[in-house]
Design a protein around this ligand. Structure first.
Ligand SMILES: [Zn+2]
Ligand SMILES: [Zn+2]
Ligand SMILES: [Zn+2]
Length: 184
């Protein structure tokens, strides 16, 4: 039976996994189409809560994203809106228009429970790991390095500035621009 499509994987991940391992053990000498070759068949584990890809994070894990705003769930402020906690008449800017006890101590157990119910109604986002990729060479998980903002903006064009570069690619680009800038 051929195992070379995304659908094979979706239908039977465990079977595909076993087959994939066997394939790798045999030196990868099997027909696998290009698309499939890029699927990582080991499920990554969330380093924070231990969830495996496809599962939900433990509630309160700082890796969970909020399905409404896309931000980090434990730090986005949607919860206050959803629970109707803002009151611009009763409370002032010194507590961010929130009840002082919430501002100081966070949500009560009751509010926490209600928040989880709201999230579950709307659908929480399961853990899937998306790798960082060098936008120049495509290397996965490039090692991070620091570049002053002005330098980054000088050498990296706007369309890719929000992405990542591996250090060799960055130095390559910088070298080229310094060498050839202004020449025709
Ligand atoms: Zn997690
Ligand atoms: Zn949010
Ligand atoms: Zn690179």
């Amino acid at each position: 039976m051929p195992w070379n499509t995304i659908q094979d994987y979706i239908n039977d991940p465990a079977g595909f996994d076993a087959h994939h391992k066997q394939w790798v053990a045999q030196g990868g000498d099997m027909e696998v189409n290009d698309e499939m070759a890029y699927i990582e068949t080991e499920r990554a584990m969330c380093h924070d809560c231990g969830a495996l890809e496809g599962e939900l994070h433990e509630f309160g894990c700082d890796m969970e994203r909020h399905s409404e705003c896309g931000g980090q769930l434990i730090s986005c402020s949607c919860v206050y809106k959803e629970l109707g906690l803002y009151d611009h008449v009763k409370y002032g800017p010194e507590t961010s228009f929130l009840p002082p006890e919430v501002y100081k101590h966070g949500l009560s157990e009751e509010q926490e429970k209600r928040w989880l119910e709201i999230l579950e109604e709307k659908g929480r986002i399961p853990w899937i790991q998306y790798p960082n990729i060098c936008v120049k060479c495509g290397a996965l998980w490039p090692v991070m390095f620091a570049v002053p903002n002005e330098e980054w903006e000088k050498y990296v064009e706007p369309a890719v500035r929000g992405g990542m570069l591996c250090e060799p690619c960055y130095l390559w680009i910088k070298g080229l621009i310094d060498q050839y800038a202004g020449s025709a």
